[in-house]
Design a binder for this molecule. Structure first.
Ligand code: NAI
Length: 333
């Protein structure tokens, strides 16, 4: 069987880490026909459109995509390609497993949690305007429908992945209507999943608890902004942005991408750590039903860090992106 997968290499280190990931996927023996599209800052400059309709149509057709990071201008300029894709394809559930990898230096050796982030609304709805000069307004849009489906997703995910607990992260003490609704809906959904423990945490206190004792958390469900921030925080608990994978799921398609951005500071040097995207590709293989290939990739990553001194520069080594991928590919094949 051959799978057609949309490929968006993206900006900055994106093309480097996607090439490394393609090498490892090829080593699994799973046949993938990649359908590449440019998107991001480079595409905006070249074609005047950061997120071409053809790329969106390709993902709709193939129902699966692997995406490198894309740059987004700060303060002005075009709308984030990530936000555009997530909304156009209704990729409402962003899933980011954060797990200690033996051999990756970090403060903890027992982190194993999953962030489930609502991906389509909240403060990322993009409804912003100047009220009068000197006063700007940004609207946080929250719908019961979106709260319901992300809460259900988190509990279903917990159940089908052998997880024990779901924590709803919120700020309903201040945002009583928006976060209040998220919390009410999550409580209602929790009642239908009585095999899964549930609790709640206010987002600021949750950050403190995560930094002090991350092992107390299992699945965490939250809105768009909190999910964005906590994903990077949690990446810091297990060795940094270079090692945390992710995926965006909708009813009809899924886009797999690392948590990290385009890292312009190291782009083009061939030194980026491709682990995060390679592990995202393992999630992709799982979703395709290629479980054996997926676990071979995961085991190879675990082996590389636990048993060898092959390390990219972010983790204190000097091995380049492609050499890192070649070492993994050899183990996978
Ligand atoms: P970033 O994640 O690109 O970089 C933060 C720091 O982590 C940098 O020092 C970078 O060198 C390092 N880093 C990130 N990934 C790495 C890797 N794989 N290997 C080694 N080191 C790595 O975050 P930043 O600088 O805030 O954002 C840069 C651009 O990326 C922005 O335009 C931002 O909008 C975009 N971005 C895109 C995302 C996506 O497409 N999913 C996600 C986050 C940011």
């Amino acid at each position: 069987m051959e799978y057609t997968v949309t490929l968006i290499p993206g900006d900055g280190i994106g093309p480097e880490v996607t090439a490394a990931t393609q090498l490892v996927v090829a080593a699994t023996g799973v046949k993938v026909l990649w359908e590449p599209f440019e998107a991001g800052a480079a595409a905006a400059e070249k074609h005047g459109n950061p997120c071409p309709d053809e790329a969106i149509a390709s993902i709709r057709r193939n129902r699966i995509a692997l995406k490198g990071p894309v740059g987004t201008p700060i303060g002005s300029g075009f709308r984030s390609v990530n936000v555009t894709l997530r909304r156009a394809l209704d990729l409402y559930a962003c899933v980011r497993p954060v797990k200690t990898i033996k051999g990756v230096p970090s403060r903890y050796d027992d982190v194993d949690l999953v962030i489930v982030r609502e991906n389509t609304e909240g403060l990322y709805s993009g409804v912003e305007h100047m009220v009068v000069p000197g006063v700007a307004e940004s609207l946080k849009i929250v719908t019961e429908k979106a709260c319901q489906r992300i809460a259900e997703y988190a509990f279903r995910y917990a159940r089908s992945n052998g997880r024990k607990k779901v924590t709803a992260v919120h700020k309903a003490n201040i945002m009583k209507l928006t976060d209040g609704m998220f919390l009410d809906v999550t409580r209602r959904v929790a009642k239908r999943f009585n095999d899964i423990e549930s609790n709640e945490a206010i987002v600021d206190a949750c950050c403190m608890q995560l930094v002090r004792d991350p092992a107390r958390f299992d699945v965490l469900v939250m809105d768009n902004l909190y999910g964005d921030i906590l994903s990077d925080l949690c990446a810091g608990l297990v060795g940094g942005l270079g090692v945390v994978p992710g995926a965006n799921f909708g009813e009809n398609c899924a886009v797999f991408e690392a948590v990290h951005g385009s890292a312009p500071d190291i782009a083009g040097k061939g030194v980026a750590n491709p682990t995060a995207l390679i592990l995202s590709a393992a999630m992709m293989l799982h979703a395709m039903g290629e479980r054996d290939a997926a676990s071979r990739v995961e085991r190879a990553v675990a082996w590389l860090y636990a048993e060898t001194d092959v390390r990219t520069y972010d983790l204190g080594g000097s091995v380049g992106t492609m050499a890192f991928a070649e070492a993994l590919a050899k183990r996978v094949s």
